[in-house]
Design a protein around this ligand. Structure first.
Ligand code: SAM
Length: 326
């Protein structure tokens, strides 16, 4: 998205909200969490209300009042839907940036579905954190409650060729296109794809684990040092990433390859392929940086790896991978 205007315009499209509401893993997890946390008489803030679905859940669960805030035009439809469903008297719809609203008195619960691909794309967590700091009463809670990110090394020739530089490594219709490998390696992009469980070369490990009621904006941009021991020999084609979130105690929304598919799928981070052996140890430093240039809603990921075999370093790499909206 080139501007924030384009970003909010995209959320004016009902089809985007259809996609999210149709994702029953997502929407039903939010419904269960809201029904667990909302008690009669509570005041709730819905950050980025969209179609208003989470506000409707909260009002139906007995909230005394819900503030539904969205900068996008979709909020006009949300208002009509609340009226049709007899809940308009307990939901106030406010169009604009949540950061610029006046909401008094403070609320007991801040609800928000702010997850982009690999959780962080769109960086909407910034608005969620600001809203929590501005409008949550002392002792109040947030939904989601926790957020974590996980990565693992994978072997997938298919992803490497379709979503990475692999296509150029073999002749293209009989022509040598190999110099494009280096061009692609300079502008690697993360993409949202289904990553089957059988391509993992080691189990995923957490690179971030946050308490959403406490974490500051800066905490979401992480610098993690993790280790993997390869469970089998093969070819490392990059990394798989996914996020999990405990929305409320015992209500977990997972986007792992092992769970049911969600519209976020998993995320593939390509790197140049390299051979690995069972028992090799990969020390990985992964960072998520706030973009200073270009699209500020897309973080930048850095991967710095050292491969050890029988205690000796046999390989090193460094790659920058940009987040995308797909
Ligand atoms: C992922 S959608 C979630 C919509 C809805 N809550 C749901 O669960 O179906 C995020 C929504 O947040 C809105 N949004 C993002 N940042 C915002 C901000 N700073 N202020 C107000 N609305 C925002 C977008 O316009 C979009 O409608």
């Amino acid at each position: 998205m080139e501007t924030d205007e384009a970003y909010f315009e995209s959320y004016g499209d009902v089809a985007v909200h259809r996609l999210m509401i149709q994702d029953a893993v997502r929407t039903d997890a939010y419904r269960r969490a809201i029904e667990q946390l909302v008690e009669p008489g509570m005041r709730v803030l819905d950050v980025g209300a969209g179609s208003g679905i989470l506000s409707l859940f909260a009002a139906r669960a007995g909230a005394e009042h819900v503030h539904a805030v969205d900068r996008s035009a979709i909020i006009e439809l949300a208002k009509k839907l609340a009226k049709t469903n007899g809940l308009a008297d307990r939901i106030t719809f406010q169009r604009g940036l949540v950061e610029e609203q006046e909401i008094t008195p403070p609320v007991d619960l801040v609800v928000s579905e702010w997850f982009g691909f690999f959780g962080l794309a769109e960086t909407m967590f910034k608005s969620f954190v600001h809203a929590r700091e501005l409008f949550l009463a002392p002792g109040g809670s947030t939904l989601p409650a926790r957020f974590s990110l996980h990565v693992a090394p994978i072997q997938s020739e298919v992803l490497y060729c379709e979503r990475g530089p692999g296509l150029w490594e073999t002749p293209v219709y009989g022509f040598d296109f190999e110099q494009l490998v280096d061009v692609e390696l300079m502008e690697l992009e993360a993409t949202s794809v289904v990553i089957p469980p059988d391509v993992y070369l080691a189990a995923p490990v957490a690179v971030l684990d946050l308490d959403c009621c406490e974490a500051a904006v800066g905490d979401y941009f992480f610098d993690a040092h993790v280790e993997f021991e390869f469970e089998r020999s093969g070819v490392l084609h990059g990394f798989a990433g996914h996020f999990d979130s405990e929305l409320a105690p015992g209500v977990v929304l997972s986007t792992s390859s092992l769970g049911p598919e969600t519209h976020w799928r998993q995320t593939y981070f390509p790197i140049r392929k390299r051979d690995v052996r069972a028992g090799d140890c990969l020390r990985l430093r992964m960072q998520a940086l706030d973009a200073e240039r270009g699209d500020k809603r897309l973080p930048i990921y850095l991967f710095e790896g050292e491969l050890e075999r029988a205690g000796e370093r046999v390989d090193r790499f460094f790659y920058k991978v940009d987040a995308t909206f797909e």
